[in-house]
Write a protein that binds this ligand. Structure first.
Ligand code: GLY
Length: 440
């Protein structure tokens, strides 16, 4: 089967690797020279602006049988609609269905109209006065967000980055006045207190098959401090739960996802693709923070590393609205990202990365390249974004973490940084105690 993967990061690298494992002849459309993707592919389209029409036309010329879409920007630009017009099945939501991520007003209104379990209080405001009035009368801290996509960088939280109502109102003003993300509006959402976790699901209309839960680490620096980033690493547990997340918490989050799939169906915008739910486990159960219309990055590494089912069959079933079953290997996974120093604030852009493949292979870990470029001299140069994800698997988080750390020893280079604290016993105990304290 000829399979197109759209996107050039670590998420797309593991999607491609699993697709090839399951029999794909691989074609890739990307805008960086990801060495892992270039190595796996028969042909690639280097497409600086990732134009959905140009990519779809190329897919048609190459007789692609199935497209797997990585980034939200491609989904938001309507690439699935373009591919479907050319009779190419695609695993990913249409432009209309991807509003679940791309338009936070749409997502919150849907959650309210269909009474999703675990929803948060919210208000969408078009003026600064309206925002001030809401913040003053609401009396609780809020997360303040633009409506559209901002590459994960547009959110500020009261009590965290914003220290008074005036600071919060100033940020609302900035969002509205600059039309941040393309809208002169701001979303104010009740701030949920607890532990963040991710629940991803394969969805085809009303059929929802969840993946193991995972926990990302958005802060740039060890000890969960520093800037909020795209995610520095994540872990999952062999039974699909997390050390602080019970089966009943997992089931509650899944109910929210199922309610969302049903709601999308009833508004005639059936969802076919991956739905990524970001939740906060509060003392009263999970609360829905936001959705992404694609695999998480790094969480794709946790889920796809333990996918037993044939990824191509699952993806084709989703694209054709016929999802049946998905099996996962009962293993824990730990992913740690190698990033340029300063990532999240003032990242270096002149770093290099080398991988000792013999050492990597003996460690049992895997590497997935992200925003790097294979240069003509065969060196790998970094950019200002994440460089490579190293992933280990084991029977427990502890053993998976050891594999990941052994794998990281195979990666060297100038000016690189890793959060080695991710998934260590100390870091996990901190999270478990946090939830125990909140619940006591
Ligand atoms: N883990 C964050 C994201 O995928 O957006």
């Amino acid at each position: 089967m000829k399979v197109l993967v759209v996107g050039g990061g670590a998420r797309e690298h593991i999607m491609a690797e699993v697709a090839v494992r399951d029999g794909a002849e691989l074609f890739v459309a990307l805008n960086n020279k990801n060495p892992g993707l270039l190595d796996l592919s028969s042909e690639f389209l280097f497409c600086k602006d990732m134009n959905p029409i140009a990519i779809s036309k190329w897919a048609h010329e190459k007789n692609i049988d199935l497209a797997l879409i990585g980034p939200e920007s491609a989904l938001a630009s309507g690439i699935v609609d373009n591919l479907n017009t050319l009779d190419i099945p695609a695993m990913g939501p249409t432009k209309s269905a991807s509003r679940i991520e791309v338009d936070k007003e749409f997502m919150r209104d849907l959650s309210s109209e269909f009474s999703f379990p675990g929803q948060l209080d919210y208000k969408v405001c078009s003026t600064v006065e309206e925002a001030r009035h809401f913040l003053e009368s609401f009396g609780k801290d809020c997360a303040i967000k633009p409506i559209g996509l901002t590459g994960g960088k547009g959110v500020k939280v009261m009590g965290d980055q914003l220290h008074s109502i005036d600071e919060a109102v100033n940020f609302c003003e900035e969002i509205i006045d600059t039309q941040m993300s393309g809208y002169a509006k701001v979303v104010l959402e009740e701030r949920a207190i607890g532990e963040e976790f991710t629940l991803q699901a394969f969805i085809s209309g009303e059929i929802v098959i969840p993946m193991p839960a995972a926990q990302d680490h958005p802060h740039a620096l060890e000890g969960d401090i520093g800037a909020i980033t795209g995610g520095m690493g994540s872990y999952s547990q062999a039974d699909g739960l997390l050390p602080f997340l019970s089966q009943s918490d997992y089931d509650s989050a899944l109910e929210t996802i199922c309610a969302t799939a049903a709601a999308m169906n009833s508004i005639n915008s059936p969802y076919r693709g991956i739905l990524y739910g970001q939740f906060i486990l509060t003392s009263d159960g999970p609360r829905l923070v936001e959705y992404n219309a694609r695999f998480g990055d790094p969480e794709a590494m946790n889920a796809l590393s333990v996918l037993n089912s044939n990824f191509l069959e699952v993806s084709m079933d989703i694209a054709l609205g016929n999802l049946k079953s998905v099996d996962f290997e009962p293993k824990a996974t730990v992913c740690k990202y190698v990033v340029p120093e300063g990532y999240g604030t003032t990242p270096r852009s002149d770093c290099s990365l080398e991988v000792d493949s013999t050492l990597l292979s003996s460690s049992g870990a895997s590497i997935y390249y992200a925003a790097v470029n294979l240069e003509e001299n065969n060196q790998i140069s970094t950019t200002t974004s994440r460089s490579a994800a190293v992933v280990g698997k084991g029977d427990s988080i502890e053993s998976a973490e050891k594999v990941t750390e052994a794998g990281l020893k195979a990666v060297s280079g100038m000016g690189l940084y890793v959060r080695h604290d991710i998934a260590t016993e100390a870091s996990i105990s901190k999270r478990v105690s946090h939830m125990e304290n909140l619940r006591s």
